[in-house]
Design a protein around this ligand. Structure first.
Ligand SMILES: C=C(O[C@@H]1C=C(C(=O)O)C=C[C@H]1O)C(=O)O
Length: 388
């Protein structure tokens, strides 16, 4: 494999992305991987992590890139998939680099389908609230999907360029999936990163739409920070993440409460947790596999929440709410939560958006939250809320 550090800014690197490549980029740093010297595929993420470490050591390839699916339980339909690329280009910049010009003239969809319908999603929220009570669950994350069909091949490169332009502080990503589809998105949420013995994670949970009106926008953010319901959704994630990481870390630094952060589409509660790894043979992917799926995308307790999600959602999540990232031969790596994304086939694509349901959740508010979350992808395609 060749690793190039030729002087290109993160934005220039992002523009080089072509369908088939792997991209993981913010406005300050980008990783673009191309080609495949090998691949590792496994439905069990822990085994995938071990095989990847062995394969990196055996081959001398410095890093592997790829995806974990949402469902890693028995009988899961989509495996974790890693590629050992032929070339890797990495770019870094101390400041945000100016974005590339937007890609224009993205085609409009010829047909749109909501899965389920708007009423169907509201009904699912009601059913989830009832199931939380009946089955002694504390939280379940319910999503809906949008299926768009086009008359011509979808210009993934343009969507990726617009995602990066619109979300410079977040991770814009693109990855090839087994079966020939491409996962594209821009996520604010890091499942896990490892650099040497430093571990970092920043769970996001608790959301409120942004507003074009500055006063409403500010009020929405303040309401989120003050909301007991959202704080409960958030704290369940933090407790789970801390419990999952504790066995691997000799030190964990967990702030007392979340902070208010935003993407261009939505406000979130976020907690940034740092840790010190006890054993350096535990890779970034081992840690991601141990944590995934967190209650930010699944629920509490995990298995019962996943069962409920699969009963109610009329689609397979595939790689939505999975993870996307890279791991190197030293065990360092970054794995982001694969949300605000779509799986793209040649002339059709499926977008996903979901939100945490707790006993106090309201069906209309939850529906509106998914509309805000679809904006990341729809905006990059030049489409508005009428599509969602
Ligand atoms: C599930 C999604 O997002 C997750 C759910 C959130 C919530 O319920 O408040 C917030 C951030 C993400 O962890 C999504 O964007 O589809």
């Amino acid at each position: 494999m060749t690793t190039s550090t030729a002087p290109a800014t993160p934005a220039q690197t992002t523009v080089r992305y072509q369908r088939g490549d792997f991209l993981f980029a913010t406005a300050r740093r980008a990783l673009l991987a191309r080609g495949a010297l090998g691949a590792v595929t496994d439905a069990d993420p822990r085994r995938l992590a071990r095989s990847a470490a062995a394969e990196l050591e055996r081959s001398g390839v410095p890093l592997a890139v790829g995806v974990l699916p949402f469902d890693t339980g028995p009988g899961a339909s989509s495996p974790g998939h890693l590629v050992l690329p032929r070339t890797v280009h990495r770019a870094q910049s101390a400041a945000e680099t100016p974005p590339a010009p937007p890609a224009a003239d993205l085609p409009a969809p010829a047909a749109t389908r909501r899965l389920p319908s708007a009423d169907g999603h509201r009904e699912n929220v009601r059913a989830a609230v009832a199931a939380l009570r009946d089955r002694d669950l504390r939280k379940a994350v319910l999503a809906r999907a949008l299926e768009l069909e086009f008359d011509a091949p979808i210009p993934v490169e343009g969507i990726v360029r617009n995602l990066a332009r619109g979300n410079p502080r977040h991770f814009t990503y693109a990855a090839e999936l087994p079966g020939g589809r491409t996962l594209v998105g821009a996520t604010p949420e890091l499942l896990l990163s490892r650099t040497g013995d430093s571990v970092f994670t920043n769970p996001h949970a608790g959301s409120m739409p942004r507003s074009a009106d500055p006063e409403t926008d500010r009020a929405n953010g303040e309401a989120l920070l003050a909301s007991a319901k959202d704080r409960e959704e958030h704290d369940l994630v933090i407790d789970y993440v801390v419990e999952s990481l504790r066995p691997f870390c000799r030190k964990l630094d967990v702030p007392a409460g979340p902070e208010l952060v935003s993407t261009p589409a939505i406000w979130h509660l976020r907690t940034s947790i740092t840790g010190e790894l006890a054993d350096r043979s535990v890779t970034a992917l081992d840690l991601a596999a141990a944590m995934h799926p967190t209650p930010a995308v699944c629920g509490t307790p995990t298995v019962a929440a996943r069962d409920l999600v699969q009963e109610l959602e009329p689609f397979d999540r595939g790689y939505y709410a999975g993870a996307v990232g890279w791991v190197d031969a030293a065990g360092d790596g970054e794995w982001a939560v694969a949300i605000r994304c779509a799986e793209v086939a040649e002339k059709s694509m499926r977008l996903y958006a979901g939100g945490g349901i707790v006993p106090a959740s309201d069906p209309d508010t939850e529906y509106r939250e998914t509309i805000a979350k679809f904006r990341t992808l729809l905006g990059a395609m030049g489409l508005d809320d009428s599509a969602s």
